[in-house]
Design a protein around this ligand. Structure first.
Ligand code: HEC
Ligand code: HEC
Ligand code: HEC
Ligand code: HEC
Length: 211
């Protein structure tokens, strides 16, 4: 009898596992990561609200996905361009698209709880996760990465389309551009720190660079 009972319990457990793949995947979401600001006590226990809203979003940033966090407006960013590196072929512009959204927290100038139209009372981000307003010591972002750039550089993979570098889309592009979110995924810390894929042996770098 005891064996039968154990077998039944095992069968039930396996059935539960098979039936709840989403529950298992949820472990790789925002909850419990550094992007889970619901634990901060900023007047809400929601997860998405610090960055997105279903209504009345900020449309001033192009390609912003229903944005709800106050975006840096007055700061002039110093970018990684040809004055910084003579070997650079890319034409790097001011931060655009979703990179502006990352920088709305990560440049260390905007009150962290400035969401939903509020100015916020918390201090801006401090510490090692601040990328700052001087981006000239960071990997270039907000530039067009296409077959021409790959040819000019001579050691880059030619992107398969304007939305992804590799066929599987592990490394996405945004309107043809490299942005913070080409290497990072904000919603998931499966590959810390919020990377698109494991960078073991620099695998992420090698998705684009032929070195
Ligand atoms: C810390 C800020 C942040 C939080 C919190 C956040 N997002 Fe995002 N989200 C972004 C940024 C930045 C982008 C654009 C970059 C990208 O697509 O990865 C984005 C893109 C998206 C997109 C469009 C692209 C895609 O991945 O499909 C959807 C949908 C989305 N978020 C939904 C959500 C939902 C739902 C939640 C809450 C459960 C959430 N986000 C929480 C920052 C955030
Ligand atoms: C609403 C504010 C907010 C936005 C928007 C945001 N982040 Fe963050 N991020 C944080 C906070 C808070 C931390 C943790 C800071 C700390 O602990 O000092 C963090 C940490 C990180 C870390 C470090 C994680 C680790 O484990 O060390 C990375 C990488 C990161 N964010 C990338 C991004 C990228 C890329 C974007 C845009 C696609 C983005 N973040 C948008 C608030 C934000
Ligand atoms: C070309 C890929 C790439 C791009 C583009 C990129 N990052 Fe990162 N980022 C990484 C990698 C890889 C790490 C992990 C570095 C390590 O572990 O040594 C990292 C680390 C970080 C960290 C953790 C603290 C640190 O300095 O190690 C933060 C925060 C961060 N990135 C934010 C950003 C933001 C914001 C942007 C856009 C302005 C951005 N990243 C653009 C690849 C990238
Ligand atoms: C999404 C694709 C992509 C990923 C992933 C990526 N890079 Fe890049 N990287 C580029 C492109 C495109 C350029 C611009 C090259 C040029 O203009 O010649 C660049 C520029 C650079 C430069 C500056 C080149 C110069 O001439 O000044 C360095 C160094 C670099 N990347 C290193 C890395 C490292 C290290 C990683 C991994 C942490 C990485 N990249 C990940 C696409 C990528």
């Amino acid at each position: 009898m005891k064996n039968v009972k154990q077998l039944l319990m095992l069968t039930a457990a396996l059935a539960l596992l098979a039936a709840t793949p989403t529950a298992l995947q949820a472990a790789a979401g925002i909850s419990g990561t550094k992007h889970d600001l619901s634990v901060k006590g900023w007047g809400t226990d929601e997860l998405c609200i610090f960055c997105h809203t279903p209504h009345n979003s900020d449309t001033t940033v192009k390609d912003a996905p229903l944005w709800n966090h106050k975006v840096t407006s007055t700061v002039a960013f110093k970018v990684y361009d040809a004055t910084v590196s003579p070997t650079l072929n890319a034409v790097v512009g001011s931060p655009s698209s979703s990179s502006k959204l990352c920088l709305s927290c990560h440049d260390g100038t905007v009150a962290m709880d400035s969401f939903g139209g509020k100015s916020g009372t918390q201090p801006p981000m401090t510490g090692t996760n601040v990328v700052g307003t001087d981006l000239s010591n960071d990997h270039p972002i907000s530039f067009l990465y296409d077959a021409k750039l790959a040819g000019d550089d001579g050691a880059l993979v030619s992107p398969t389309s304007a939305s992804k570098v590799d066929a599987l889309g592990k490394v996405p592009l945004f309107a043809g551009k490299v942005e913070c979110a080409s290497c990072h995924q904000v919603h998931n810390n499966e590959f810390p720190p919020f990377l698109r894929m494991a960078n073991t042996g620099s695998a992420l770098c090698l998705k684009c660079h032929i070195k």
